[in-house]
Design a protein around this ligand. Structure first.
Ligand SMILES: NC(=O)c1ccc[n+]([C@@H]2O[C@H](COP(=O)([O-])OP(=O)(O)OC[C@H]3O[C@@H](n4cnc5c(N)ncnc54)[C@H](O)[C@@H]3O)[C@@H](O)[C@H]2O)c1
Length: 252
């Protein structure tokens, strides 16, 4: 079945590379118009936009700055008039050894929370306000297996930030369903992107695959296909749901 996203306008955050790029590419392929947010990677964001053509529009925004986030969202609404779906994909995995001094450690913690959780809280609030005016919409939050399985000592903030998205997504689904607003959580395992590269470089791909039930690493397109399905509205009665896309590495 070909997923049809014609006439749908979608915001994809962190669309300059990795999972966000794959999501943006597939959504446009399915007929959507997309607002692509990027932070620092202007060159690669422009390349993505050029490949996708007139259906893709670029927006720069640093999610560690709350005011910047508000004006980014307002600008997208001004340009697109109506948004149907927001995919909150942008995120960071900041390695932070608990042996660090307290000031440095809390700095890593706060930066992680700002980008991975606080920004998505604010974007969700703004999307809800917009969706209530236009008659509904879909929020797709990209969390992580780490929210459920936990992570290593160096990524406690990452796991905590991704776990925060669970409560946020479920609350939106339960509070705003009658307004036509649906919210989904996608929890990837290990996906072949630059975020995962440091681990692959250190331990090797074989080691990463040994942790999986399947025989190959999850690629960004494996996440994108699931997101396209959720964005289509075909899964609306699963609102509030968490969807593991982790090659069977953590089943719960
Ligand atoms: N790769 C994995 O193994 C994996 C596993 C589970 C979950 N995830 C999640 O998937 C999402 C995408 O990850 P990815 O692997 O494609 O990573 P990536 O590092 O390739 O891309 C991250 C994106 O987030 C954006 N971003 C980072 N800091 C930002 C900031 N301050 N303001 C605005 N945007 C910012 C970057 O510009 C980039 O586009 C993330 O939320 C990540 O936590 C990834």
């Amino acid at each position: 079945m070909q997923i049809n996203l014609k006439h749908k306008n979608v915001i994809v955050t962190g669309a300059s590379r990795g999972i966000g790029k794959a999501i943006a590419e597939l959504l446009v392929d399915c007929g959507a118009r997309v607002a692509l947010q990027y932070n620092k990677n202007k060159n690669s964001a422009e390349k993505v936009q050029k490949t996708l053509g007139p259906k893709a529009h670029l927006y720069q925004c640093d999610f560690s700055d709350g005011l910047d986030i508000s004006s980014f969202f307002n600008k997208v609404i001004k340009d697109f008039k109506k948004i149907d779906v927001i995919v909150n994909n942008a995120g960071v995995a900041i390695k932070s050894d608990p042996e660090k001094d307290d000031v440095a450690w809390i700095d890593d913690w706060l930066q992680t929370m700002d980008i991975n959780l606080n920004a998505i809280g604010l974007l969700s609030k703004k999307a809800i306000q917009h969706f209530r005016i236009v008659g509904g919409g879909i929020i797709i939050n990209i969390s992580s297996r780490a929210a459920f399985r936990g992570d290593s000592k160096d990524y406690m903030a990452y796991a905590a930030s991704k776990a925060g998205l669970v409560g946020l997504t479920r609350s939106i689904a339960r509070a705003y369903g009658k307004d036509g607003i649906k919210a989904f959580l996608v929890a990837p395992g290990f996906v072949r992107t630059s975020m995962a590269q440091e681990f692959i470089d250190e331990y090797g791909e074989e080691y990463a695959i040994r942790d999986l039930a399947l025989d190959r690493m999850t690629e960004p397109k494996d996440i994108a296909q699931f997101v396209a399905f959720l964005a289509s509205g075909l899964a609306d009665h699963a609102t509030g749901g968490t969807f593991d896309v982790n090659a069977g590495s953590y089943v719960h």
